[in-house]
Design a protein around this ligand. Structure first.
Ligand code: ADP
Ligand code: 5GP
Length: 205
């Protein structure tokens, strides 16, 4: 019985630790793959094309959007970000579980077009710690840092649209929490379980 894969959508304010938690989970499971987004922002030191993002010009991004190439896309903190549609839908059809690490506007679009997705919100332990984490990552200019921090409270106000939340205090506990969500969703009863029951019946006939 080939079961369709689950689509996990992870959001939360910049610096809450989304990327770090996902990387930790990917270390210990073969069960999940991350979708690589397209962005118009500059690459940060150490980021690799095709691994962290596909870095594109605004023109190329818009062309891809016009051609319907995105599952969702949004303008986030002055840049454009989008999820390439075809690779994600094909992977789900093959039964693979996929993670999207995307902002709230994008998550709301996915909720409309792919309502069976599972939505997970990552919270920092406090606003002070959030600020500290963005600063310590050292990836933003002072201006970008202010914009990201100022957006955090508004972003958090969307938490009720999500199915699960994780307060990212210690990394190990957060990663275990996300693994538990992935595991629980694997065991959720969906339509395709009727096929399994049919097999039981056939076995007895
Ligand atoms: P996001 O992807 O949500 O923007 P990152 O994963 O880049 O956030 O994390 C932001 C910063 O916080 C990074 O420097 C990261 O190493 C650090 N960080 C992430 N999780 C934790 C944690 N549980 N405890 C302490 N620092 C953390
Ligand atoms: P960063 O610039 O720190 O890598 O990402 C900034 C924000 O953009 C984060 O909130 C991240 O979740 C979001 N983001 C990354 N990729 C996508 C995407 O494909 N679509 C949307 N809507 N947001 C994204």
């Amino acid at each position: 019985m080939l079961r369709k894969g689950n689509l996990f959508v992870i959001s939360g304010p910049s610096g809450a630790g989304k990327g770090t938690i996902i990387r930790e989970v990917l270390k210990s499971t073969q069960e999940i793959e991350i979708s690589v987004s397209v962005t118009t922002r500059e690459s940060r030191r150490g980021e690799v094309e095709g691994v962290n993002y596909y870095f594109k010009s605004r023109e190329d991004f818009e062309k891809m959007a016009e051609e319907g190439g995105f599952l969702e896309y949004a303008r986030v903190y002055d840049h454009y970000y989008g999820t390439p549609k075809e690779p994600v839908l094909k992977a789900l059809d093959r039964g693979e579980n996929i993670i999207l690490e995307i902002d709230i506007q994008g998550a709301l679009q996915v909720k409309k077009s792919y309502p069976e997705a599972i939505f997970v919100f990552i919270l920092p332990p406090s606003m002070a710690e959030l600020r500290q984490r963005i600063v310590s990552r050292g990836s933003e200019t002072e201006e970008a840092l202010k914009l990201r921090f100022a957006s955090a409270l508004e972003e958090i106000s969307y938490i009720e649209k999500y199915d699960y939340y994780i307060i990212n205090d210690t990394l190990t506990a957060s990663a275990r929490c996300l693994e538990a969500v992935i595991m629980a969703e694997r065991c959720r009863i969906k339509k395709d379980v009727t096929e399994l029951i049919e097999n039981f019946k056939e076995e007895l006939e």
